[in-house]
Design a protein around this ligand. Sequence first.
Ligand SMILES: [Zn+2]
Length: 352
Amino acid sequence: MPRIQISRLTMVGVLLSSFAVQAQSQVFTVGPVEAGRGEKASGYIMIPEGVDEGTTIPVSVIHGERPGPVLALIAGVHGYEYPPVTALQNIRREIDPRELSGTVIIVHVANMPSFLGRTIYYSPVDGKNLNREYPGRSDGTLSERIALAITTEVIDRADYVVDLHCGDGNEALRPYSYWMRTGIEDLDSVTREMVIAFGLDHIVIDDDRPSDPGESTYTSNTALTRGKPGITTETGGLGLNDASSIQMAEEGVWNLMRYLKMVAGTVRLQTGIVWLDRYEVVRSPITGIFQAAVRDGYAVNEGALLGTLLDFFGNVVGEMRAPFSGIVNYVIATPPISEGEPVAMVSHIKPE
Ligand SMILES: [Zn+2]
């Protein structure tokens, strides 16, 4: 497996140059943040008040001494997902711009209202899920205006995009990445190598994202619909900020930067990857309480009990079962559940 991947990496390496065009200028600007060659700068993209309140997005720009690609790293699209936020703070501290080829844009906390409000999925301001609002709109509510700022100030400026997530505050999650296929061969080859280089050993193959740039919906799909490689990663969950999830995200970013030839060093290749060729998010038909019967990472057979639904008095009112045999990517591991919300995501293992 590693041997095959090395030869593929070499072969597709020539494609990389065609995706990297932007970081040639002496000063690189994101919103009000400017970094000269060999410099690191931080500041805030301001989202002014509109139909509702405004907010700020803390960003850093690390502009390498040498030219190279622009890599955007985005954390905190969901505000209750902490390990990527801490991982990118560490990355900002550790990258030496004098040793960097190209430019790294870091979005430290994309969704400040949800982060400070400690909300899962939805913004406390407008009740919307930021990761369903791309590419965003200027006359929309706060989540839509944040999405537009990230689309225009960050994704439009980047050559490669990584949207770093984890299980939300209610989700126990086994680490994995999404490889979103577009049907465009060059793009799909590079994103395949990006998820391998990021190093998580479970990879969900996702063919179901919209292709219209005006309806891109998700953060990394906003890059893909604009012809740029973008991936989504998931490390951690349950509102924890544990060292191993932070480290996994950090190592993933460093290895990806080696793959993109932005920093020196050998690309470490993940072996024994479990490719997951379809998935289903199983959703609750009721509002009440969910009691999980499985944990993240469990292998389940079709029909296996994922968990039990209770009413608020403790009476069992339903059972949630696996739609097919596969792996539990994540499962809701705290009691509240609302009608239509996920109870678990189950993925099918691609045959060899
Ligand atoms: Zn998320």
